[in-house]
Design a protein around this ligand. Structure first.
Ligand SMILES: [Zn+2]
Length: 273
């Protein structure tokens, strides 16, 4: 009976500490809360972090990452628990204006794929989805990204809606750079290759890197690919060259940034406007 009472007391004491002792511990959020942006957080190692009530990984050094959906409108809830203390933040999401891009006079094959390639597209997509779903404990994502080309001229942005020959297509989730065929492509960040494919239907020569905690980058339409699945790559390494493989209107580099299945704006991690 006495033992039971003590247990009850202890239980209330824990609850009490949890809710009342709200003295701050280190918590930093880097990134602007715009639609499509990647946010990198830093807190005490061994904290627990929840985004919209879902727990996410915290690295040994206390880093964590999450992304904001392209069309997200509702506030985001960030909860961090450390040593029985809790910090709770609600952030408003800032809206981005997306462009509408009309391209006419494209060959019909490029706008609507022929039936005989449907299965191929499905299979390609499976490979990409699988690579993007990797949620490793690598910590590269917390470092600064670099642009993938020495001269970067941006010709296409994230979120733009493409209307091809009058048919509205799914939004463009990439960042396009104009470059000559054969131009070296540099790794934007340290990472591990999780996909290296020479000939996917839409994206042609395609490479995906895992940077940890569900953060991945993808490079497409490549001419040559110098990296293999499983390889460790350093930032600035030449991973291949610019091409026009897959469904591409001409040589250019299209890059993608993902937080698991959430497609993010690559410009949010590169110092470009
Ligand atoms: Zn593109």
């Amino acid at each position: 009976m006495i033992l039971k009472k003590n247990k009850v007391k202890k239980f209330f004491l824990i609850i009490f500490i949890f809710f009342v002792t709200n003295s701050a511990f280190a918590l930093q959020l880097n990134g602007r809360f715009y639609q499509g942006n990647l946010i990198i957080g830093k807190t005490e190692p061994k904290s627990k972090v929840f985004i919209d009530k879902k727990e996410i990984q915290v690295s040994k050094k206390g880093f964590f990452a999450f992304g904001l959906n392209k069309d997200r409108k509702n506030d985001i809830l960030i909860e961090v628990i450390f040593n029985g203390k809790k910090q709770e933040l609600t952030k408003k999401i800032l809206k981005k204006k997306y462009k509408i891009q009309k391209i006419n006079g494209l060959p019909k094959k490029q706008v609507t794929p022929p039936k005989e390639v449907y299965q191929r597209i499905k299979d390609d997509n499976k490979l990409i989805v699988k690579a993007r779903s990797i949620n490793s404990n690598l910590e590269f994502f917390s470092n600064k990204f670099n642009v993938p080309l020495e001269n970067s001229i941006i010709t296409g942005v994230y979120g733009s809606q493409r209307i091809l020959n009058g048919i509205p297509k799914s939004p463009h989730y990439g960042l396009d750079f104009a470059a000559n065929e054969g131009t070296n492509i540099l790794a934007m960040l340290d990472g591990v290759v999780t996909l290296s494919e020479k000939d996917l239907y839409y994206t042609g020569g395609t490479v995906i890197f895992d940077h940890g905690h569900g953060i991945s980058t993808l490079y497409m339409h490549m001419k040559d690919i110098h990296v293999k699945k499983g390889q460790n790559i350093k930032q600035g390494d030449v991973i291949g060259t610019v091409g026009k493989t897959g469904r591409s209107t001409g040589p250019h580099l299209d890059i993608r940034l993902n937080w698991l299945d959430v497609k993010l704006d690559p410009a949010s991690v590169l110092n470009i406007k």
